[in-house]
Write a protein that binds this ligand. Structure first.
Ligand code: UD1
Length: 459
């Protein structure tokens, strides 16, 4: 059996935040989300997250995807693991991760589990030129691991050791819980260190292996905003390199923000300052221009998106969007459409080969195929109390500056002349004109403009 424990109870003071550190986002996802997604791919039997400081945010975010252990007082990493009493006496291997070390790759985790098959503890280590405040790996003459010493407790010679503890381990679960109770807080910080288990395992002749990580950035701890920015850049570079290797053109990869869960088709071109967030799927041969933000949406093949926002929606093939369009939640734009500048759609379905090219708002609407929506059309969906639907059937033509007061249906091939405010259904094939009668007053314009002068007798 494979188990996971993630420690996330501590208060990271250097981040200067009201959130728990692990809720800060990297490429649009909280650190703890990255870790948990990867653990889910490894198919561990259970993941226990130890929470304490600002636990509600973490629990709301992860919901019932994991199990929780509460550490009310943060007395150290060893104490945090003691809180996971559910795992006591379980046979198997347990990977222990720190929530603020979120970039570890799934293949590294896999490797830890594999190595743990024939050892009692595996520690992921790294060799650093400047080992900073990390815990140091202390080895004996034969290279065997003897202990981990925390920086604050290290002797001068130990501080010079360059092999560090990344804070990622895999244990034989029964041995982990057997020795946990023996930890003491007799150290400079008065904390129960999980790292003290290493010396206990060594002294009791349990086998300890180490795996040395090749790219130290994979195991960087994120304790402040600088490290957060560095981690984001590192992960973004990985994601962007992947998509470039899959045939996607990124004009300026350093300024392109693609989530780890997005998919992008071949020959798509992405201009600088584009954000593709969440579980978005972008098709092939599509162009996304600067300033576009696409969130949890599907965009098809051969589309052009110009500085527009698309959220929780689907735009199918051969569609152009923008500049400055806003496609809001629940919208579906079928093939061969044009959604032009300053058009807003909300919860609206637009059928095949229609047009809504300028300055319109379509909310809670169903628009058929081959429909033309003129400039400045508004589907008036809200009466101040309830929202209502507008239906515009195939082939209809809605002139410019028309208000359709929902609930309303405009029938097939009907024409609504420009400037109308329509409150009742329009029948199939009809033309409807609704305008105030025009009054022409001959020469009155000049008179009106000169009114003052006439009164003063100057004209
Ligand atoms: C820890 C290691 C150190 C290692 C480094 C790598 C220990 C004692 N030291 O130090 O050897 O080089 O990570 O980044 O483990 N946490 C709790 N409850 C607590 C204390 C901490 O849940 O009572 C959580 C924190 O929220 C954090 C993680 O454990 O996610 C690590 O704690 P932190 O205090 O940052 O440990 P480091 O000092 O970084």
């Amino acid at each position: 059996m494979k188990y996971a424990i993630v420690l996330a109870a501590g208060k990271g003071t250097r981040m200067k935040t009201s959130l728990n550190n692990v809720m800060h986002e990297i490429t649009g996802k909280p650190m703890i989300g990255h870790l948990n997604d990867r653990l889910e791919k490894l198919e561990v039997q259970s993941t226990h997250v130890v929470v304490g400081y600002q636990k509600v945010h973490i629990m709301n975010y992860l919901g019932n995807r994991v199990q929780y252990a509460i550490q009310s007082e943060q007395l150290g990493t060893g104490h945090a693991v003691q809180m996971v009493s559910d795992l006591k006496d379980k046979k198997g291997k347990t990977i222990l991760l720190y929530g603020d070390v979120p970039l570890i790759l799934p293949e590294t985790m896999e490797n830890l589990f594999e190595q743990a098959d024939n050892s009692d503890m595996v520690i992921l280590t790294a060799e650093l030129d400047d080992p900073g405040m990390y815990g140091r790996i202390v080895r004996g003459k034969l290279g065997e691991v003897q202990k981990i010493v925390e920086y604050r407790d290290a002797s001068e010679s130990e501080k010079h050791l360059q092999e560090i503890n990344t804070g990622i381990y895999c244990f034989d679960n029964e041995l982990l819980f057997k020795y946990l109770g023996d930890l003491t807080n007799d150290n400079s910080q008065g904390e129960y260190y999980i790292t003290d288990l290493v010396e206990m395992f060594a002294k009791n002749h349990h086998s300890i292996k180490t795996i040395r990580v090749s790219d130290i950035d994979e195991v960087m701890g994120i304790n402040d905003r600088l490290q957060l920015a560095k981690a984001s850049a590192w992960l973004q570079e990985h994601v962007n390199c992947h998509w470039m290797s899959e045939g996607v053109t990124l004009i300026d990869p350093k300024n392109t923000y693609i989530s780890t869960d997005a998919q992008i088709g071949q020959d798509t071109i992405i201009y600088p300052n584009v954000m593709i967030r969440g579980k978005s799927v972008i098709g092939e041969d599509t162009i996304i221009h600067s300033g576009s933000v696409i969130t949890n949406s599907v965009v098809g093949n051969h589309c052009v998106i110009e500085s527009s926002k698309i959220i929780d929606s689907e735009v199918r093939n051969d569609v152009s969007v923008g500049p400055n369009a806003h496609i809001r939640a629940g919208s579906l734009v079928e093939d061969k459409n044009r959604i032009g500048n300053f058009v807003e759609l909300k919860n609206t379905h637009i059928g095949f080969d229609s047009r809504c090219a300028h300055l319109s708002y379509l909310g809670d609407s169903t628009v058929g195929s081959h429909v033309n929506i003129g400039c400045g059309v508004v589907t008036v969906n809200y009466d101040g109390v309830n929202k209502h639907r507008t239906v515009i059937e195939d082939g209809a033509f809605i002139g410019s500056n028309v208000n359709l007061i929902a609930p309303i249906t405009v029938g097939k091939n009907a024409v609504v002349a420009a400037g109308a405010t329509i409150t009742d259904d329009v029948q199939e094939g009809d033309l409807v004109i609704e305008r105030a009668p025009r009054i022409d007053k001959a020469g009155y314009g000049i008179k009106y403009k000169n009114k003052e002068k006439i009164e003063k007798g100057k004209v």
